[in-house]
Design a protein around this ligand. Structure first.
Ligand code: NAI
Ligand code: HPV
Length: 780
């Protein structure tokens, strides 16, 4: 197996850039979040060996296409009909469009869940049905900045061309005429320009118009007055802008509120002889009303780059009007802007496919990298709590009223709960439905299922080192399979905290417990008495089920107690029955958490689109260069290399060991230079890969067909934060899991289950061999 091919399978959330945190490029494939490396699980997510497919339906700059080809199979199919687009889309993971492609609800429906990202290579997203995208969990990103200058320059070009009749005079001269008096223009000096929409393009137009000697006013209900003031531009009302302007330039987006905002009524408020430029969207003008205003002389001239229908009909009165200058939507069409837009959109689409949160996401919250990095363990905790809570409901489907409480010592504005709420929603919905929930569609998914989630903040005293102290999820108006999970007030209640970087369940009903949320969980209620741990433990031991954590929460000695047992493997039904039959156990429940905690931003249920190429190469390169720089011949020698630690590393290590880290340290860690710390992570990875074992298992339906297939790696992880210490841990993770709903979704995923699982198992094995082989080779 080639290095490149094997590398695709090394796509672990912890080994690539999780949460969009930026690492130095050399370490792009190393963990950004190994703060608590001890017991941190490494999850390998299958990429099914395939590159994602990206459909590009309109001309895109070559530099962007080149970048895209390095990551995906790129299908450039221009001039597709709507039907052709709907047919093709079911084979595509992402779609890149400009303004000419209508991405309608039908397109999302036709994609049958495969389309994960729509990239709009430009600003206006009025051609994308955002509501449909959101409902389908499809991320929409745009390229909001790269064509600003081009659009502003085109606005100014139209303004000046219009004022001096350039287009008309040029056409006349080419027709053999020489008419100097017919094309007398107007000057800008002392004239007032009203910029409608004082955003990126509008303000650049305003800046340029001032240099032309114009007085500039602007109307924008949402623009900050101080920004306008700083530019010496007066912000005025809509009516005032219309009544004062000699020239009007339109720069607002097309939305239901701005549709046909320039209508008969608006034209009636304008000065007679006003001149209008539109490089925004045709739809902001009522085009019939404009023709009337032109014919009546209210509007003296218009210069239009955009039209309600594009292209407009050949006999459009507006296009043919002698006083109108037209261009075919050329605002963004400069060489520079198109290269910039292409790169901007391709980067956003690749990020989206990798599951990173893009800063240009249109239908998902933008969360700064350092906030994401800090919230990451709470994001996992949130999903786990949602999963636990819903599995405690008897029947499961009647969940309607959920209350989430976030307790924090930080100020109320210092916590973005959208991510956490989305993950709790995911945890609540996914175990009991075939829906796939992500950050994009979480709120919509909750609404569709009639799930009402309320959020409450508790502000605690004390030091706000951590963003959150605990998260509590309560489900009201339901019964529980495990009645002890009910609070005094009659809701199912689970509470969790992050300890040592890992999610812990700390309360069930009114019982305090403390169990790390890894693997799965058995909750038992019994009368507190000696020997209970041993009895349950031995049933599990006989079944070869590894207990990873255990805690007992009791009201008082020898009274009621709840025992929480974390298990790596799922016990058989017989083992669970045996536990239930232990006389002192009064109630118990088995809760499945095994599905690897998902990357919230992963946009697809079953697979992660991955860069892949390069991760393996980077690891090998790191091994090679480290050997060289330390003058070592073998991997073993390299591992023994005593590391000199600087003050920063020592501090970081201390923080790691004490489990304490402040935000500044966490931030600096994610941006830190290649040091001792990274090197140790590299060694840790090699250890993990070379010790890992792979096992496959499957669950079958009654008819013998595969219902669920899993591949698990068991690996040993040393503790790089404690040099010289040999303690090793065993971690088990399900690395891939199919749900029956996917298998019979008809999308072809089901038929790939067996192949995918087998290919991953063999790839992990060969990757392991390849790493040690390559490292040893390089030492020769
Ligand atoms: N002709 C072309 O090739 C291009 C056209 N455009 C169009 O220009 C528009 C503006 O682009 P940017 O400046 O980059 O966007 P932007 O988002 O930076 O600015 C739009 C501004 O319009 C304001 N606005 C919203 N509703 C308004 C209303 N009712 N009245 C007045 N202002 C309102 C917003 O507050 C915002 O400040 C885009 O939406 C797009 O449709 C953009 C680039 C190229
Ligand atoms: O960015 C915008 O909003 C534009 O209107 C540019 O459109 P285009 O990409 O040139 O079709």
């Amino acid at each position: 197996m080639s290095a490149a091919a094997s590398s695709k399978l090394l796509s672990t959330p912890s080994l690539r850039k999780p949460w969009g945190v930026s690492l130095p490029p050399r370490f792009a494939s190393f963990p950004a979040l190994p703060r608590r490396t001890r017991r941190r699980s490494l999850v390998i997510v299958l990429s099914m060996g395939a590159k994602p497919t990206v459909l590009v339906t309109e001309k895109l700059g070559e530099a962007g296409l080149e970048l895209l080809r390095g990551f995906a199979n790129v299908d450039c199919s221009y001039d597709l009909s709507h039907e052709e687009l709907c047919t093709k889309i079911s084979l595509c993971d992402a779609l890149i469009v400009r303004s000419g492609t209508k991405v309608t609800r039908e397109v999302f429906e036709s994609s049958v869940g495969r389309l994960k990202v729509v990239g709009r290579a430009g600003v206006g997203i009025d051609n994308v049905d955002l509501a449909a995208a959101t409902e389908h969990g499809c991320l929409v990103v745009n390229a909001p900045t790269a064509n600003t200058i081009a659009a502003a320059e085109h606005g100014i070009a139209l303004l000046t061309a219009m004022a001096r009749n350039i287009a008309q005079a040029s056409a006349s001269m080419k027709a053999g005429e020489w008419k100097r008096s017919k094309y007398v223009g107007v000057s800008f000096g002392e004239k007032t320009l009203a910029v409608m929409g004082f955003g990126k393009v509008g303000s650049e137009v305003a800046r340029r118009a001032k240099f032309l000697g114009m007085k500039v006013v602007a109307h924008d209900p949402y623009a900050p007055a101080d920004r306008a003031r700083a530019m010496g531009i007066e912000l005025v009302t809509f009516d005032e802008a219309l009544s004062r302007a000699d020239f009007i330039s339109l720069h607002m987006p097309l939305t239901p509120a701005t549709s046909k905002i320039m209508n008969d009524e608006a034209f009636a408020k304008m000065k007679k002889g006003v001149r209008i430029v539109n490089v925004a969207r045709g739809g902001v003008i009522d085009e019939d009303a404009l023709v009337r205003a032109l014919d009546a002389g209210v509007v003296k001239q218009a210069a239009l780059d955009v039209f309600t229908e594009e292209p407009p009909s050949k006999d459009s009165k507006l296009v043919q009007h002698e006083s109108v200058t037209v261009t075919p939507h050329l605002g963004a069409s400069t060489v520079e802007a198109q290269e910039g837009v292409a790169i901007e959109i391709v980067e956003a689409v690749i990020g989206g496919l990798k599951g990173e949160l893009s800063s240009t996401a249109v239908n998902a919250p933008m969360v700064p990298a350092e906030v994401l990095s800090e919230l990451a363990p709470f994001v996992v905790l949130s999903e786990m709590l949602g999963r636990l809570a819903v599995q405690l409901v008897a029947g499961g489907s009647g969940v309607k009223t959920v209350k989430v409480t976030y307790a924090s010592a930080r100020g109320p504005d210092d916590l973005d709960t959208r991510l956490l709420r989305a993950m709790i929603t995911k945890g609540l919905i996914e175990p009991i439905s075939s829906m796939f929930v992500n950050l994009v569609n979480a709120d919509v998914a909750a609404k569709q299922r009639g799930l009402h989630i309320t959020e409450e903040r508790i502000i605690l005293g004390g030091s706000p080192e951590s963003p959150l102290e605990f998260i509590q999820v309560q489900i009201a108006n339901v019964e529980s399979k495990f009645p002890s999970a009910m609070s005094e007030t009659g809701e199912i209640k689970v509470e969790g905290r992050v300890k040592d970087g890992l999610p812990h369940l700390t309360k069930v009903g009114s019982f305090e417990v403390d169990v790390s949320l890894e693997g799965s969980l058995i909750l038992c209620r019994q009368v507190d008495q000696p020997g209970m741990i041993g009895r349950v433990g031995s049933v599990l031991g006989e079944e070869n089920v590894n207990v990873n954590f255990m805690s007992v929460g009791r009201i008082a000695p020898r009274k009621q107690a709840v025992m929480a047992i974390g298990v790596d493997e799922e016990p058989t039904k017989a083992a669970l029955k045996k536990i239930g039959e232990i006389p002192a156990i009064e109630e118990f429940v088995f809760l499945k958490l095994l599905k690897a905690p998902s990357n919230l931003f992963r946009l697809s249920p079953g697979k992660d689109a991955e860069d892949g190429d390069g991760e393996f190469a980077i690891i090998v390169e790191q091994v090679e260069s480290s050997m060289k720089s330390f003058g070592k011949k073998t991997l073993e020698e390299l591992k023994e290399q005593p590391m000199k630690r600087g003050r920063r590393e020592k501090e970081r290590e201390r923080a790691l060991l004490s489990g304490k880290k402040n935000r500044v340290e966490q931030r600096s860690e994610s941006q830190s230079s290649p040091t001792f710390y990274h090197f140790k992570l590299l060694l840790q990875f090699i250890d993990m890969a070379s010790d890992s074992k792979v096992s496959e298992s499957e669950t079958r339906n009654a008819d013998g067909s595969v219902m669920e297939k899993r591949v698990e790696t068991v690996h040993y992880q040393s503790t790089p934060a404690r040099p010289g210490q040999t303690e090793r841990r065993r971690d088990v993770e399900v690395v891939h899991q199919y749900h029956p709903s996917e298998a019979d979704s008809g999308s072809g995923a089901g038929s790939m289950v067996a192949d995918a699982a087998a290919s991953m198992a063999s790839s992990i094995r060969s990757t392991k061999d390849a790493i040690s082989g390559k490292a040893n080779e390089s030492s020769k």
